[in-house]
Write a protein that binds this ligand. Structure first.
Ligand code: 76R
Length: 275
């Protein structure tokens, strides 16, 4: 059945995101002749090109550090039917039984419920902190600048274009729900205040860490997928460390396994994973 015959599953806003991790079965690969190996690599290369040529669709490919996995993909695309189709094709692209899934994660891009609203910015920042007066040209200009910045910001969260920075770190996380440390029983204003502290730490990594938080409640085991892109692993290590002291992570954060990958051009990647 071709993909045009099924009902698309495009969320009202945002895209679907899959993180896919595989081991290479080198015993099976060794049974391939040179021609078969070449054809297999060509098949994967062509599939990658096809996926990357699909509108609103991005595919990151990386070699994974440590034997947790060999190869990783991060696929972002609106329609879950398309994501599912590509995911099955990626798994089989090098031939049956060559790639075996070692871990995977399904999530969606999302806005944040803690984003500063226009009203909050006008009241708290412009009038409160900066002492501006409503209706003045400075006030209007500052508010317009805020609107533009927020539109840009929301677009990046929902429809991100990720840079080709070499280091990719992925881990899933949830907010704790035990005893006195139940994030979900905190009032909204308290959560918002705590998240403001979190974001303040995060912003000090601007230009060094690009973070994409994707939501996965009801979709996968944890509540969010955290994807961090960096140029230096030390920035990954220090942001995660520093955030552990921030109450949102210190008191309420629960984490899954961490995966570190390196984005590479396909030919280099094939050599790296000994194909
Ligand atoms: O997106 C924004 O810039 C707005 C502020 C912001 C929100 C709403 C923000 C900023 N984050 C938000 C939401 Mn974050 N973030 C993480 C982790 O390892 C850990 O301890 C936690 C993993 C990191 C490293 C990180 C980095 N953030 C979230 C959420 C959703 C929570 C919810 O909705 O309840 C999670 C799970 C989460 C986790 N965060 C930032 C960063 C960085 C670097 C920033 C600053 C981004 C920037 O302004 O450039």
């Amino acid at each position: 059945m071709s993909n045009t015959e099924v009902t698309p599953l495009v969320p009202r806003e945002g895209w679907h995101v899959m993180h896919l991790f595989y081991h290479v079965d080198h015993a099976q690969w060794a049974l391939f002749g040179d021609d078969e190996k070449r054809q297999a690599k060509t098949r994967l290369t062509e599939l990658v090109q096809e996926i990357r040529a699909t509108p609103d669709t991005h595919l990151l490919i990386f070699s994974v550090a440590t034997p947790k996995a060999d190869l990783g993909f991060m696929l972002l695309t609106p329609d879950l039917q398309v994501a599912n189709m590509y995911e099955k094709q990626l798994s089989l692209s090098l031939g049956p039984e060559i790639l075996s899934p070692s871990y995977s994660y399904l999530s969606q891009t999302e806005g944040s419920e803690y984003t500063t609203t226009r009203e909050q910015y006008a009241a708290e920042t412009l009038k409160g902190e900066k002492g501006m007066e409503e209706g003045t040209p400075e006030f209007d200009a500052a508010l317009k600048e805020f609107d533009e910045r927020m539109a840009h910001y929301l677009k990046h969260r929902l429809y991100p274009v990720l840079p080709d920075w070499p280091v990719i770190c992925f881990y899933p996380m949830s907010k704790r729900r035990t005893g006195n440390d139940n994030w979900y029983s905190l009032p909204y204003d308290k959560r918002r205040e705590l998240m403001a502290g979190h974001a303040k730490v995060g912003r000090t990594y601007s230009g060094r860490i690009l973070q994409l938080i994707t939501g996965s409640t009801g979709l996968d085991e944890h509540e969010w997928g955290v994807t961090l892109l960096a140029k230096d692993t030390i920035d990954v290590k220090s942001i995660v460390y520093e955030m552990r002291f921030d109450e949102v992570s210190a008191r309420y954060g629960e984490f899954g396994d961490f995966y570190i990958g390196m984005q590479l051009p396909l030919d280099v990647l094939f050599r790296r994973i000994c194909l």
